[in-house]
Design a protein around this ligand. Structure first.
Ligand SMILES: C[S@@+](CC[C@H](N)C(=O)[O-])C[C@H]1O[C@@H](n2cnc3c(N)ncnc32)[C@H](O)[C@@H]1O
Length: 220
């Protein structure tokens, strides 16, 4: 990842995606039935065991990349257990040695969140906070279904509950997510903000490039 020269998002949309409402309604009405990958089930079992051993309220750090945010959140929430998840094992491996961080109230898991979130909902896992920091934007209009609010797993994000915090350098992504939440009967707030200190590599990169950053919060 190159530093301090990150490009602003370029999109062919001039407002909320025109198909957003239809797509979100479709996903709310029809359950996402894709079978779970056995690896996802195995990973979820590991998480359940770790949660029960930790005996602390749970925070999800979804799409955690290398896991820097997971460790930072674990440090600022010593009475919680933080689970950082990403599908890229290559990224996660950088931070796997727990001892190097001086905190042990976290774990990192390689998993596909399209499965993991649904498994957590099925198991009625309780989470108090849910961070989704700098999800991939997929800025082309035709890729709306790759954004989390346009994906079939969106209802599971809502059903998971907790205090949701999403961050992005693309306000439209968060405005669309807020609109999707409102279709699901939830309200959200989107603000420009300046994280002090920054807690993820992407956040550091965008700040160093002088880009505005935005945050969505919602009580689910
Ligand atoms: C732009 S990066 C942001 C990483 C980190 N949050 C940060 O701010 O540095 C988005 C991350 O989402 C992860 N991701 C995308 N789709 C995923 C999925 N289905 N399951 C798990 N992780 C996923 C990618 O692997 C990538 O690491």
């Amino acid at each position: 990842m190159s530093f301090a020269n990150s490009h602003e998002i370029v999109t062919n949309q001039d407002g909320l995606n025109e198909n957003l409402t239809e797509i979100v309604n479709k996903h709310i009405k029809h359950e996402f039935k894709k079978p779970y990958h056995p690896r996802s089930i195995e990973g979820f079992k590991q998480v359940e065991q770790a949660i029960s051993a930790a005996g602390k309220p749970v925070i999800f750090d979804s799409c955690c990349g290398v896991g820097d945010s997971t460790i930072n959140i674990a440090k600022s929430h010593p009475d919680h257990f933080v689970i950082g998840m990403d599908k890229s094992g290559h990224r996660l491996s950088k931070n796997e040695a727990y001892e190097q961080h001086g905190v042990d109230n976290f774990m990192l898991l390689r998993t596909d969140l399209n499965d993991f979130w649904r498994l957590a909902v099925d198991a009625q896992l309780e989470i108090v906070k849910h961070f989704i920091l700098y999800p991939n934007p997929w800025p082309k209009a035709k890729h709306i279904q790759r954004r989390w609010h346009g994906s079939a797993v969106f209802p599971a994000i809502v059903a998971l509950g907790g205090e949701l915090e999403m961050r992005s350098n693309w306000r439209l992504y968060l405005d669309e997510f807020a609109q999707a939440l409102s279709i699901a009967g939830k309200s959200a707030t989107v603000n420009e903000f300046s994280p002090q200190p920054s807690i993820t590599p992407f956040e550091r990169k965008y700040q160093a490039s002088g880009q505005a950053l935005y945050r969505l919060t919602a009580s689910l």
